[in-house]
Design a protein around this ligand. Structure first.
Ligand code: TRP
Length: 460
C-alpha cells in the first residue's frame, strides 16, 4: 500500500488512525508547549490565562484544525496543490505558498532553539549543573558561541532531514509512534517530582486558581496566538498531515484527539514549571527565552541524591524537549517536502535535503543572534534580535493571516456543505456540523481578524 518515495501513483497513507493522531500530535507538541506555554502563562497571570487559553483552543483552534484536515484529506495534496485542486486557476494557491514559505522560516529558527536542547542533554548528563554552577553563563556560552550555536543547529537540522527523507510510513510514523508515548510518560514523571517539591503549593495555586480580574485584551491576544503556534495551525501543516489520512477515518475525532493531546501536554508542562519556579522563589512572569535553560538547570543541584538526582531529572527533561522539538521540526520540513514532491516533481530525498538545507542557511543568522554577532543580537531600528524578529513575523503574523485565510476559504469559498461532505465520506456522520459551521464561518474569522488588527496596531 505504500508508494515509492518519489511519489508513485498511490499516495502514502498513515498505517492507522492512531498512527496519524500520534504523528499530528507530534507536530503540535513541541517547544511551543513545553517551553513557550509556561512562559506565556507566567507572564499573563497564570490561572486566568489558562482559562482563556482553553476557551481559545476549543472555540478557535479546534475548528481551524478540522478545517485544515478536511482540505488535506479531500485533496490529498500539499497546501499549494490543495488550494489549486479546489479552486483551479485562482489566487488562493498563494495562501498555500505563504504556508510553505512560513514553514521554511519557522523551521530555520526552530532548529536553532532545538539545537540548544541537544547541547543541554550533553551538559546535564555530564553533571555540569552541580552546586554553584553559573547557569546563566552556561546558557550564554551555548547560545552565544558561534561554533556551538551553528554546530547544534546543523546537527538538529540534519536529524530532521534524515527522518523526513525516510518518508511518512518509514520515517515520521515509526519515530512518532515510539517517541510520543515516551514523551508523555517522562512529562508525567517530572510533574510528579515537581508537585512534591517544597513550596509547590503556591505554584499550583498561581497556575490553577484563576483571578479573573487579570484578564485583559492582551491576555486574550496572547492566548489565541499561543493556541495557533502550539496546535501547528495557519500554515498548512495539518493540510499536509490530513492529506495522508485514509478516507475511512473520522476526521472530527482525529482533530479532537490531537487538540486534546496537545493541550494536555501544555497543561502538564505548566505543572512542572510553576511548582519548580515557586520552589526556587522566582517570579513566574520573569521568564524569557532562557527560562527553561537557566532556571530549571539552577535547580538541578538541589534534587537528591546528589549528584545523580539532578543528572537524571535534567537529562530526562532535555531529552524530552528534544524529542518534542524533533517531531515538530519534522512536520515543518514535511510541509515543504510534500510541496517539492507534488508541485516540483522532485524526489522526496532531493526535496527534503534541498529545502532542509535552505532552512539551515536561513537559520544561521538566527543562530548568531544570541550574542555571537552584535548587530544580529539587537537589529538596529527593530529593537530585537534576529531570531525573535523571525518568530514575530513568521511564527505569529504569518500564522494568524494564514489561519484567517484558510477559514475564510473553507467557510465562504469552498463552502461548509462541501467540506461537511468530506467529513461524512468516512461513513461516520458529522454530528457537530452545525456547531462547526457556525464557528468556522463567524466566530473564527471575526476573532482572528480582531487579533490581527490588534497585532498590527501594537506595532505603532
Ligand atoms: N506546534 C509546534 C510547537 O508547539 C511548532 C510547529 C510545528 C508549528 N509545526 C508547526 C507551528 C506549524 C506552526 C505551524 O512547538
Amino acid at each position: 500500500m505504500a508508494m515509492d518515495s518519489a511519489g508513485g501513483p498511490q499516495r502514502d497513507t498513515w498505517g492507522s488512525k492512531a498512527a496519524f493522531v500520534l504523528a499530528a500530535a507530534g507536530s503540535a507538541v513541541g517547544l511551543g508547549n513545553i517551553w513557550g506555554f509556561p512562559t506565556v502563562a507566567g507572564q499573563n497571570g497564570g490561572a486566568a490565562f489558562l482559562a482563556i487559553y482553553l476557551l481559545a483552543v476549543l472555540l478557535i483552534g479546534a475548528p481551524v484544525m478540522l478545517a485544515e484536515l478536511i482540505v488535506g484529506r479531500h485533496t490529498q495534496k500539499n497546501p499549494v496543490g490543495a488550494f489549486k485542486a479546489i479552486m483551479p486557476g485562482s489566487l488562493w494557491s498563494l495562501v498555500g505558498a505563504l504556508g510553505v514559505l512560513t514553514g521554511l522560516v519557522i523551521l530555520s529558527f526552530y532548529t536553532v532553539i532545538a539545537g540548544w536542547t541537544l547541547a543541554y542533554i550533553l551538559k546535564t548528563a555530564m553533571g555540569v549543573f552541580g552546586p554553584g554552577a553559573d547557569t546563566a553563563a552556561i546558557f550564554a556560552e551555548v547560545s552565544g558561541s558561534p561554533v556551538s550555536a551553528i554546530g547544534w543547529h546543523a546537527l538538529f537540522a540534519g536529524i530532521t532531514i534524515a527522518v523526513v527523507v525516510k518518508g511518512v510510513r518509514d520515517g515520521i510514523e515509526r519515530w512518532t509512534k515510539i517517541l510520543m508515548p515516551v514523551l508523555f510518560g517522562l512529562l508525567v514523571l517530572l510533574a510528579i517530582r515537581a508537585v512534591t517539591l517544597s513550596g509547590a503549593g503556591d505554584g499550583l495555586a498561581f497556575y490553577l486558581k484563576p483571578d479573573f480580574s487579570q484578564i485583559t485584551g492582551s491576555v486574550v491576544l496572547a492566548a489565541v496566538g499561543q493556541a495557533f503556534f502550539s496546535l501547528s495551525l495557519g500554515m498548512g501543516a495539518m493540510i499536509t498531515y490530513g492529506s495522508y489520512v485514509s478516507k475511512k477515518d473520522d476526521l472530527v475525532s482525529s482533530a479532537g484527539w490531537v487538540t486534546g493531546f496537545d493541550t494536555t501536554i501544555a497543561i502538564l508542562a505548566g505543572l512542572i514549571i510553576f511548582p519548580t519556579l515557586f520552589h526556587a522563589g522566582l517570579e513566574p512572569g520573569a521568564g524569557g527565552p532562557g527560562m527553561v535553560f537557566v532556571v530549571l538547570t539552577s535547580l538541578l543541584s538541589s534534587i537528591p541524591p546528589d549528584p545523580y538526582g539532578g543528572i537524571i531529572f535534567g537529562t530526562g527533561f532535555f531529552v524530552l524537549l528534544a524529542i518534542a522539538a524533533l517531531t515538530s521540526s519534522v512536520s515543518l520540513l514535511e510541509v515543504c517536502t510534500s510541496w517539492g514532491v507534488d508541485e516540483k516533481g522532485w524526489t522526496r530525498k532531493k526535496a527534503a535535503v534541498m529545502l532542509g538545507g535552505v532552512a539551515f542557511v536561513i537559520g544561521v543568522p538566527s543562530a548568531l543572534a544570541n550574542g555571537a554577532v552584535g548587530w544580529l543580537s539587537n537589529i538596529p531600528g527593530v529593537g530585537m534580535d534576529f531570531l525573535s524578529f523571525m518568530f514575530l513575523l513568521f511564527g505569529q503574523y504569518s500564522l494568524v493571516i494564514g489561519a484567517l485565510l484558510i477559514s475564510l476559504f473553507v467557510a465562504w469559498v469552498w463552502g461548509v456543505n462541501a467540506a461537511g461532505d468530506e467529513v461524512r465520506a468516512s461513513g461516520k456522520g458529522f454530528a457537530l456540523a452545525g456547531a462547526w459551521g457556525f464557528l468556522i464561518r463567524f466566530l473564527c474569522p471575526l476573532a482572528i481578524l480582531i487579533l490581527l488588527v490588534q497585532l498590527v496596531s501594537s506595532l505603532f
